[in-house]
Design a protein around this ligand. Structure first.
Ligand code: F6R
Length: 603
């Protein structure tokens, strides 16, 4: 949530387009408001910001025309303070000498604001990013230099955050002027370009400028000069020596590559990322320790939120059914509040998070640590907090997922669980892994037209149910989440056998209920479809061809013949596509659904 980017050069130059490009590449982190600040050689701060998406705000305030030698851009996902001009970032201090922006969450913001106001500072909004700037102002006003002031300010700020800040007057003995940034729990990476240095919440905004990357750790701050960076520990100010790395992964992920949206592109990347994950798993020495931790555990908990939780539901079915491993899927905050209290050293907690930064998941990790249980991470973002804090981790190998709705990372989460369960399998026929990427391609092709038809059918309706059973429960929940996330329709997912225990009363003639059926469950699903059909409801089924189902349902989306486990993997694809098409039909931007952000680092 929220994205920041800052850059420093030795001389004034046009910075507007560069900042806008960085902003667009960070838009997946927040798009309630956008702001840019530049500082020129004379120390003049130009601050322009407003509510809306990057291109809207850019046009309203001519952001592209901004110039200077130092620049900051911030993309906001609102937590403290409604989206407004005052709360848009960057923020100035009382006298307009400092300018800064943050991402993250300052949990003692309310107390700090009251203190700053009581001390006579000019506090313009209610946003916690502004508190970061005033926290530094307080110590600058006491006569401290910027580095010391930021270090002291960090002692007053509680929460997980990263922020970037510049002082209009500060200059080195050579006249060059710096930007400072600090990391405490939120992402921060530095890029070193031939002409300047930059810092950002995340790599997509940096990689078009350079592949020389320096990772900042929690509890460190960095001072960026045009020709060098200084890294320090916040706690005692000591300099840290760390060499930049060459980042070799291509940045195609940040481009739409001919697709209309990142979501469409990422859905179509699924065969490729599945193949890459399987290739990685076959070769990696990380897999065996991970497997051993699961194999030897008394109980295995699969813990995540949202889409990652849905992958855990399917994964738990795989572990239980294929490998006889007692795996329990639990939503992360609920795990923290309940099951974490009963953990023992013989247990394993598998924390699943695309971003590896979700606060609810990191809270579950923190709650699990004292028990001595094994902590296993499954994540897409390398270098994330989850990666660093896990005993063992496995990457999802999807490359960047830019679109806010998760698609390819969900598929690879389910694939990873199936791979592990297959390796631990006690009975049944092993999966033919060679076939899997091709099966995903085949599904993408064969379900595209039916998915458009499902979108047509559902589009006129305001509410609907998606039901799954056994292995496909997670798929139905995921389809329902995707649909509501990007089409804003109310779609509830649930276990199909639960429907008769109450929700069935909602059914009236033509009421839409979609079922996801894996082959062995077809007979059971026929019963559930009949319960809806005899009340006049309209049934849509996603399943491999089955004569009984065919005779029972109104609409049939045929899935390729894949067997029980792989059906639970591929059945999500028509639901991803139907959600995408429905979002377009309703005139929304599926990549940036309202009110959301890709990475939720708040409680
Ligand atoms: C929905 C979606 C969210 C995330 C959830 C957890 O499309 O992406 O539901 O799955 O916020 O995020 P991660 O996996 O980063 O922990």
């Amino acid at each position: 949530m929220c994205g920041i980017f800052g850059i420093v050069y030795a001389t004034d130059r046009p910075l507007g387009d560069l900042l806008l490009d960085a902003g667009r590449r960070l838009a997946y982190r927040g798009y309630d408001s956008v702001g840019c600040a530049t500082v020129d050689a004379k120390g003049t701060i130009d601050l322009r910001k407003g509510v809306g998406r990057v291109d809207e705000v850019a046009e309203r305030f001519a952001l592209g025309e901004m110039a200077g030698r130092r620049g900051i851009v911030q993309l906001r996902w609102a937590t403290f303070g409604a989206p407004s001009h005052e709360n848009a970032q960057p923020h100035l201090d009382s006298d307009g000498d400092l300018v800064g922006a943050h991402n993250g969450n300052i949990v003692n913001n309310t107390v700090l604001r009251e203190r700053f106001i009581a001390e006579g500072m000019t506090v313009r909004g209610t946003n916690d990013g502004e508190s970061c700037v005033h926290a530094v102002e307080r110590y600058v006003d006491q006569g401290l230099g910027m580095v010391e002031a930021i270090r002291r300010a960090a002692g007053d700020l509680q929460g997980d955050y990263a922020f970037v800040i510049a002082s209009r007057d500060e200059a080195g003995s050579d006249g060059k002027q710096p930007l400072h940034a600090i990391k405490n729990g939120s992402g921060l990476v530095v890029g070193i370009t031939p002409e300047g240095t930059c810092v950002s919440s995340d790599l997509p905004s940096i990689l078009p400028l350079t592949d020389r990357i320096l990772r900042v750790e929690d509890g460190e701050m960095v001072t960026l000069w045009p020709d060098r960076v200084e890294l320090r520990r916040v706690v005692d100010g000591t300099l840290v020596s760390r060499e930049p790395e060459r980042f070799t992964e291509g940045m195609d992920a940040a481009e739409k590559g001919g697709y209309a949206h990142f979501m469409e592109k990422e859905i179509h990347e699924q065969p490729k990322v599945a193949a890459e994950l399987l290739h990685w798993l076959d070769a990696s020495p990380h897999v065996e320790p991970f497997l051993e931790a699961i194999r030897s555990a008394r109980r295995v908990y699969l813990v995540g939120c949202g889409t990652s939780h849905h992958a855990c539901l399917v994964g738990a079915a795989y572990f239980n059914r294929l490998a006889g491993i007692p795996a329990v899927p639990v939503l992360a905050p609920q795990f923290t509040e309940t099951l974490a209290a009963t953990l023992a050293p013989e247990d394993a907690v598998v924390l699943v998070s695309q971003s590896g930064e979700t606060k609810d998941v990191l809270n579950a990790l923190r709650a699990s640590r004292p028990s001595g249980a094994r902590i296993l991470g499954v994540l897409n973002v390398l270098g994330s907090a989850l990666m660093h804090r896990s005993d063992h981790y496995l990457p999802l190998a999807c490359g960047y997922e830019i679109s806010v709705p998760a698609t390819k990372t969900y598929l690879n989460q389910v694939l990873l669980f199936l791979y592990l369960a297959d390796r631990l399998r006690r009975s049944g026929t092993p999966i033919d892994w060679e076939r899997v990427p091709e099966l995903i391609s085949e599904t993408l092709e064969s379900v595209d037209a039916p998915a458009r038809r499902v979108a047509e059918l559902l589009d006129p309706l305001a509410e609907m149910y998606f039901l799954g059973y056994g292995m496909t429960l997670g798929v139905a929940l995921e389809g329902a989440l995707k649909l509501k996330e990007i089409s804003y329709a109310h779609c509830e997912g649930m276990l199909s056998s639960e429907f008769k225990h109450g929700p069935l009363s909602a059914v009236y003639p033509e009421y839409p209920v979609l079922f996801v059926a894996a082959p062995r469950d077809a007979e059971m699903i026929v019963n559930h479809v009949n319960e809806v059909a005899c009340r006049g409801g309209r049934s849509i089924v996603l399943a491999t061809e089955d004569p009984l189902l065919r005779r029972t349902v109104d609409e049939y989306v045929v899935l390729p013949d894949a067997g029980q486990e792989l059906t639970a993997l591929i059945a999500v694809i028509p639901l991803q596509l139907a959600s995408y098409y429905m979002s377009l039909k309703r005139g929304y931007d599926p990549d940036f659904p309202r009110n959301l952000s890709k990475t939720l680092t708040v409680d």
